[in-house]
Design a binder for this molecule. Structure first.
Ligand code: NDP
Length: 498
């Protein structure tokens, strides 16, 4: 089907993988393994060890040793730390095709997306945060404490690395989301234990190998593979962890938040979304709006946290815009991820496909109108046609719940207030897009939408300098940008009386 790079062929020849701890592979303490399956062929690519609490403990200890005050990592100047992050970014670029092929094999996504979003995105994020190592700063503060004998205060704050970071990531963008956590954590001077999703653990292991080749000291980045309930739970409850950073579903985020609180561990949660796209009848360019709405939901098979999965279209242009979006969907080429001309690949797993299909059935049961798609086009592989529903009731399950697949539901609205009421009528609040040429209307929406990210006249895209995170059940905290690196620091207040 595709010529794998030599590095990837060599990597996969191991067939079964342990954890990556202290700069090398370990065999793992558990007999249990997890198969990694290619979603396009349903064939097993390799297996990974199911990390036990002993494995997690070993990884956290390794990260703790690497974080020791006298360790080479802690003694490194910010400039040298930055150079290492730049070197890692270069390594990622050097092995771009290998990493992209591996992501496509284990996740199913289109290779062009793996190249640009996952691998290109990861390299960009590491470069961005490499620059931050030398810019972390505290403040000097005038305080009002009276000192005897003419003495004075010199008060200041300093930002220190928080410690060992547990990074738990999902499968939809395995490398770019990992880099949103690992890069700022390392830039701040922390050490990391990364737990990838059991669906996509291989790219994380190769990622850690490359980090070591780039010169990262042993123990600074460790990877423990396994499932959420065993390995993930052991990691988030480990007392040696100073900060848990999690991206995934709201359901799991609530469990992790409670566990972290038991140890009074800091926590950042990037959770699910049900993001509205709102198309006004004065949109600048209806073709661009239709293309943007389609790209907003169908990119990465709809498995995108900020996917615009419910579209609100003003009544006058409802039929026109929806017809245009449906035409785009019907023309999409569904094929395996290595097909460079494909528009839509398979979903990540059988279980996930079944979950998405059950939402399609619920849409039909609750009376939504199926306009396009809804079928599995092939016998083999976890494929699903791009699917579009039209609904009038904002309370329907498919309008309210995150489906995380290529399923769009369209609802008409009358005016700005109606659009806002419908868009904000959700427990989630991750992102929103607005399509209008009226700047006053756009700003009114920007100010009143309950969403962590709002794009006007474009689908949502990520940028290392633009914070990402959610309102309401979509999360706590922000990733990326300056906020993203400060999330891995803790503040010390100092007063020198002289
Ligand atoms: P899950 O919540 O199922 O899993 C996310 C990660 O958490 C996986 O590594 C998983 O391991 C692990 N995990 C599961 N249970 C536990 C537990 N009890 N303790 C510790 N770790 C656990 O999400 P998905 O992987 O299905 O990802 C999709 C979700 O992620 C969607 O809801 C999506 O919106 C959200 N997301 C949010 C983003 C944001 O920035 N806000 C960005 C991207 C996705 P395993 O898979 O091995 O079980």
């Amino acid at each position: 089907m595709v010529n794998l790079t030599q590095r990837l062929t060599e990597f996969l020849s191991a067939k079964s993988f342990g954890h990556f701890i202290n700069g090398a592979y370990t065999s793992g303490n558990s007999e249990e393994t997890i198969d990694v399956v290619n979603p396009a062929t349903e064939e097993t690519i390799a297996s990974v060890s199911l990390g036990s609490s002993d494995d997690v403990d070993q990884a956290v200890r390794s990260a703790k040793t690497a974080f020791d005050y006298n360790s080479p990592w802690r003694k490194m100047t910010p400039d040298d730390r930055g150079k290492l992050l730049f070197a890692f970014a270069d390594k990622i670029e050097e092995h771009k095709e290998t990493l992209a092929q591996l992501v496509t094999l284990e996740n199913g996504k289109l290779i062009k997306d793996a190249r640009s979003s996952d691998v290109g995105g990861a390299a960009k994020t590491f470069r961005y945060y490499a620059g931050w190592t030398t810019k972390i700063e505290g403040e000097t503060l005038d305080i009002s404490q009276a000192q005897k004998g003419g003495k004075q205060n010199f008060a200041f704050t300093r930002r220190e690395p928080i410690g060992v970071v547990a990074a738990i990531v999902p499968w939809n963008f395995p490398l770019s989301i990992a880099s949103w956590k690992v890069a700022p954590a390392l830039a701040a001077g922390c050490t990391v234990v990364l737990k990838p999703s059991e669906e996509t653990p291989l790219s994380a292991l190769l990622f850690a190998e490359l980090a070591t080749e780039a010169g990262l000291p042993p123990g600074v980045l460790n990877v423990v593979t396994g499932d959420g309930s065993t390995t993930g739970a052991a990691l988030t409850s480990h007392k040696g962890v100073s900060k848990v950073t999690f991206t995934g579903s709201t359901r799991t985020g609530k469990i992790i938040g409670k566990t972290a609180m038991d140890n009074v561990t800091g926590v950042s949660l990037e959770l699910g979304g049900k993001s509205p796209a709102i198309v006004f009848d004065d949109a600048l360019d209806f073709d661009a709006a239709a293309k943007g709405v389609a790209a907003g939901i169908f990119r990465n098979q709809g498995q995108v946290c900020v996917a615009g999965s419910r579209v609100y279209i003003q009544k006058k242009v409802f039929d026109k815009v929806l017809t245009d979006v449906s035409h785009i969907a019907q023309k999409m080429k569904i094929s395996h991820g290595f097909d460079e001309s494909a528009d839509l690949g398979p979903l990540v797993s059988k279980g996930h496909l079944e979950g998405v299909c059950s939402y399609i059935r619920s849409g039909l049961d609750e009376g939504a109108r199926l306009l396009s798609g809804g079928e599995q086009p092939f016998d083999k592989g976890y494929y699903l046609q791009p699917t579009i529903f039209s609904a009038t009731d904002n309370k329907q399950t498919i309008v309210q719940e995150e489906i995380f697949g290529p399923v769009l539901v369209a609802v008409p609205f009358t005016n700005l207030e109606d659009a806002l009421q419908k868009a904000n009528d959700s427990t989630m609040g991750l992102a929103a897009t607005v399509w209008t040429k009226d700047i006053s209307k756009a700003m009114s929406m920007v100010n009143r939408l309950q969403a962590g990210v709002v794009y006007v006249n474009s689908p949502v895209r990520s940028d290392p300098n633009l914070p990402l995170g959610g309102y309401k059940h979509s999360g706590i905290g922000r990733e990326l940008g300056k906020t993203g690196v400060y999330a891995y620091t803790t503040l010390k207040s100092v007063n020198i009386v002289y």
